[in-house]
Design a protein around this ligand. Structure first.
Ligand code: 3PG
Length: 209
């Protein structure tokens, strides 16, 4: 898939993964993909992130692996070299967006205000990460943006949980949500891949019913 809207629309939830141990990457991705969460965001917040992206790309052909927390053009080049299939940023700084414009990588830039949404729309971006979703106004904020900023859809992330994800997904301008809750640190640390698979199955059932 080469289109960010298609990637986002193919799942109700994109797990946001921060991987400390590269050996966790493949079993974690497999557990999530088996449960139906085949689009994954691996954040560039750890030393192992790029190796994790590479490992998942090599071992999980059914998963679509994105790189998250991109802040600079250098981050963009590094994640493309590692094989990332899409990129995500918490914001949309000028230098990064110039590099994104010049690259072919499907990209989900971040925004948290009407002006930021409009700036990105001016650059041609119609699918945006709304971050940090809960802190920036949550469901009420996105509801308020739907009419004045029609034609833009969001992937709210940041404070999204099993308890509020359905409220976001019910909005016409929400295409999917992102969240780390589906792969909790404790289960990852104890390598409880079955536990994560079960959590992911429950999430898919709850979000698609
Ligand atoms: C992100 O990187 O998008 C967020 O940190 C994920 O937010 P969450 O941990 O609240 O789900």
């Amino acid at each position: 898939m080469t289109d960010i809207k298609m990637i986002c629309a193919s799942v109700p939830l994109i797990p946001v993964l921060t991987i400390e141990d590269v050996d966790h990457a493949v079993p974690l991705a497999q557990a999530l993909a088996t449960a139906g969460l085949s689009v994954l965001e691996i954040t560039l917040r750890t030393e192992t992130a790029l190796d994790a992206i590479e490992a998942v790309r090599a071992a999980c052909p059914d998963a679509i692996v994105g790189a998250g927390t991109l802040r600079t053009p250098e981050d963009l080049s590094r994640c493309v070299a590692a094989g990332a299939q899409f990129g995500v940023s918490p914001g949309a700084p000028e230098r990064l967006m110039d590099a994104v414009d010049a690259s072919a990588l499907p990209f989900l830039p971040g925004c948290a205000s009407p002006t930021e949404v409009m700036r990105l729309a001016d650059r041609g971006y119609r699918v945006l990460k709304f971050f940090p979703a809960e802190a920036a106004g949550g469901v009420r904020m996105l509801k308020s943006l739907a009419e004045p900023l029609s034609g833009i859809v969001f992937c709210p992330t940041g404070g999204v949980t099993i308890d509020n994800a359905r409220d976001y997904l019910a909005l016409p301008n929400v295409v999917t949500v992102g969240g780390s809750w589906v792969a909790p640190k404790a289960l990852t640390k104890s390598e409880d891949w079955k536990g994560i698979e079960n959590l992911a199955r429950q999430a898919v059932a709850h979000l698609t019913q």
